[in-house]
Design a protein around this ligand. Structure first.
Ligand code: BES
Ligand code: MN
Ligand code: ZN
Length: 497
């Protein structure tokens, strides 16, 4: 898809379609009014007849509107004007995209970015529209023999801005939107791939390819024997039941002075989580191919940041392994020694994410990071707590937590903070080792975060539990690409000051 900005009048657009908003009840937006005037009341006549009330998400496609130069005019319902906020704006854009794509307009000029969204400027509106458009049109059909492709798909979308001065802003916003979408798209592809394809070796190969394409990117892979030698006993314990060896993938990007401390992203990359010897029930187990969603989002945010050439130093570390039961697999009761030297009693082999992460989190100390953010589909308990609307956020540093919460609000990929109080730490005590990998009854997302906090004492750290947000189940099953927008927004905000 191609995106443009321009500044002009709706009636002067020589286009397959011009898109304008209509609020409830039957109230044309300013640009709609303008079209109505030149067409001598053509639009208001139709509205008066009751064809479109203006409810959020309604759409009405008109042909040959008098005195206009475009083939079609698409009226999009925006709901009540005073309720028009971020969520409504995104919904309206998504509806526009599906309608255009389904009705043969291969290009269109969109006047929705001129609508007033509370507290949001042109840059925000254009960027969000690009992201929403790309998100809406995403498909994953690599493994279908026949694809149901649209006959005349939408190829180009032009956003109209009110003043010529805003054109540069709009262009910048398009670049940002495209970069973020590219990252989110890659994350979704990685996560949607079947687990017999996207194993640790595959992820490592992809990362190497990425580094080959870009001079500013370096890639290093540590294989399972190296991990073992280095003392990552917790990481290796997860992988030892699998025939596909674990990999630690390290991607580095230098976008500024090498003296500047790096921001480090760490992703849980369990390419399939059977639970191991503590085997999961069979129902919906296929969805555990998404247990590398953290890795996918870290990879996606890394791509977005490098596409935008952000002036930061960024390191992405992916702990990739497969959690399988076998004669070689770790048992409940096994005690392993982590890279930090702390011993861990594995009470449940299905609590494997924290085992790979704890060693990765110790490993990244060597980079003397500015901050470390780990991202993981870590606990079913986080889904119980927050559902699928917010990712769980835990942190040992308030400013970092606030930055992440704000980044999420800004881009609509929200997180919600959970506490890491000492009281929860007691749940991780083991009779036989320094720590148990299981927190017992209650507060499962938090005790998992507490477990990780033992390995992150040397730097500012935040943990995002994306178990509820990384993918959708049911009929719409598929990866969401979250939290690529949140992470990228955080990186962008950091590089601005
Ligand atoms: N990958 C799962 C968490 C998960 C489960 C995410 C379902 C999304 C949907 C993780 O490895 C896991 O199995 N966690 C256990 C932890 C428990 C054994 C302490 C869980 O949440 O049940
Ligand atoms: Mn598990
Ligand atoms: Zn898991």
């Amino acid at each position: 898809m191609e995106f443009n900005v321009k500044s002009g009048n709706p009636e002067k657009q020589r286009s397959a379609c011009v898109v304008v908003g209509v609020f409830e009840s039957r109230k044309l937006s300013a640009m709609g009014e303008q079209l109505d005037t030149v067409s001598e009341g053509y639009l208001s006549n139709i509205l008066r007849r009751g064809d479109l009330e203006g409810k959020l998400g309604q759409a009405l496609l008109l042909h040959n509107v008098p005195n206009t130069l475009s083939d079609r005019v698409l009226l999009i319902g925006c709901g009540k004007e005073r309720d028009f906020g971020d969520k409504q704006y995104r919904k309206v854009v998504a509806k526009t995209i599906t309608t255009l794509n389904d009705t043969g307009s291969m290009e269109a000029v969109c006047f929705l970015s001129e609508l007033n969204v509370k507290g949001r400027d042109t840059r925000w509106k254009v960027r969000q529209a690009v992201e929403t458009a790309q998100d809406t049109l995403y498909t994953f059909e690599e493994f279908k023999s026949k694809t149901d492709s649209t006959r005349r798909p939408l190829r180009r979308l032009t956003f109209n801005v009110t003043t010529r001065k805003e054109l540069t802003l709009g262009e910048k916003a398009i670049e940002e939107g495209i970069a973020i979408s590219k990252g989110a798209h890659k994350a979704r592809d990685w996560a949607n791939l079947p687990p017999n394809v996207a194993n640790p070796t595959y992820l490592a190969e992809q990362a190497k390819l990425l580094a080959m394409e870009n001079e500013q990117i370096d890639c290093e892979i540590l294989d399972e024997s190296e991990l073992k030698e280095m003392g990552m006993g917790a990481f290796v314990a997860v992988s030892q039941g699998s025939d596909t060896p674990a990999k630690m993938i390290i991607l580095k990007y230098n976008g500024t002075d090498i003296e500047q401390k790096p921001i480090v992203l760490v992703g849980k990359g369990i390419t399939f989580d059977t639970g191991g010897i503590s085997l999961k029930p069979g129902d919906r187990m296929d969805e555990m191919k998404y247990d590398m969603g953290g890795a996918a989002s870290v990879y996606g945010a890394f791509i977005a940041a490098t596409e935008m050439k952000l002036p930061i130093n960024l390191i992405a570390v992916i702990a990739a392994a497969e959690n399988m039961p076998s004669g070689k697999a770790a048992r409940p009761g096994d005690i392993v020694t982590s890279l930090s030297g702390k011993t861990i009693e594995i009470l449940n082999t299905d609590a494997e994410g924290r085992l790979v992460l704890c060693d990765a989190l110790t490993y990244v100390e060597r980079f003397e990071p500015e901050v470390v953010i780990d991202v993981a589909t870590l606990t079913g308990a986080c889904i119980v707590a927050l559902g699928s609307h917010a990712s769980g956020l835990m942190s040992n540093h308030n400013p970092l937590a606030h930055d992440l919460l704000n980044a999420g609000e800004l881009c609509g990929d929200r997180a919600w903070r959970l506490p890491l109080w000492d009281e929860y730490q007691e749940q991780l005590e083991s009779n036989f080792a320094d720590l148990a990998n299981l927190g017992g009854k209650g507060g499962g997302a938090i005790t998992a975060g507490c477990f990780l906090s033992h390995f992150t004492k040397k730097y500012h750290w935040a943990h995002l539990d994306i178990a509820g947000t990384a993918w959708l189940s049911g009929k719409q099953k598929g990866a969401t690409g979250r939290p690529v927008p949140l992470l990228t927004q955080y990186l962008m905000s950091r590089s601005e000051n």
